[in-house]
Design a protein around this ligand. Structure first.
Ligand SMILES: [Zn+2]
Length: 239
């Protein structure tokens, strides 16, 4: 029987039969996978707690009957407890997990998405007061990983430097960028400051920002997610 070890984040779980659970994991080496853990719902199980949603774990997997992977061993690396004990934080994290889960195929290469998720969880745990900014950071980078990177540098039409244009810039979500006021006045408009902030996020700079800018960035990432994924993320409606 083939055995493999990997690190993974637990995305979700469902009960299976009397005492088992099937977990969805985003793993570093195998992409998104499903794996069964036998006996975890028994009171005596010591593995169950390690496999809580959002936990970063090291797992030993084997191929079980019918090709279903089985979790043989698990050790916890980080349980991100702070994120789970607070309703507002856990709601934001649920959204990130749902977005990832609904837009990632099983198998395939997801190492970069795994690394991004872990980075998000670490940032959110360390700076819980900036969790909303961290979610926007995740979205921008996740969209780029999926091939929908956002151009925050130059006008999509005339190629002018966006920061020098303004005061209003117009979002073109299907082409993933902005158009300056000289070229168009069509669609949702945003300030050069907001676009500058987005650029910082793409450059991994997470500086504290004001409510209005955060709200505008939320509008932009929502539009991009709607445009490119076209799916309803239920937990986004709770944010
Ligand atoms: Zn232009």
């Amino acid at each position: 029987m083939k055995k493999v070890n990997t690190v993974a984040v637990v995305l979700k779980s469902i009960n299976y039969k009397d005492s088992d659970k099937i977990y969805t994991l985003l793993s570093k080496d195998l992409g998104k996978i499903s794996a069964i853990a036998r006996g975890v719902r028994k009171i005596s199980s010591r593995r169950a707690g390690n496999l809580d949603t959002l936990n970063l774990v090291k797992v030993g997997l084997s191929e079980g009957l019918g090709g279903m992977r089985q979790i043989d061993e698990v050790s916890g690396l980080n349980s991100f407890r702070k994120l789970k004990n607070d309703y507002a934080l856990s709601t934001q994290c649920s959204y990130v997990v749902e977005l990832l889960h609904k837009t990632t195929e099983e198998g395939g290469n997801a190492e970069a998405a795994f690394e991004l998720l872990v980075k998000f969880l670490k940032i959110a745990s360390r700076f819980p007061e900036n969790v909303i900014l961290a979610v926007r950071f995740f979205e921008i980078h996740y969209l780029a990983l999926m091939g929908y990177g956002l151009n925050t540098e130059s006008c999509l039409r005339c190629k002018s430097d966006l920061v020098k244009k303004g005061p209003e810039l117009y979002l073109d979500s299907s082409r993933g960028g902005f158009i300056c006021g000289d070229c168009s006045h069509h669609g949702l408009s945003f300030s050069t400051q907001t676009v500058g902030k987005l650029r910082e996020l793409t450059e991994n700079k997470l500086y504290k920002t004001d409510e209005k800018t955060l709200k505008d960035i939320n509008t932009i990432t929502s539009a991009l997610i709607d445009e490119h994924f076209g799916i309803r993320i239920k937990s986004r409606e709770l944010l």
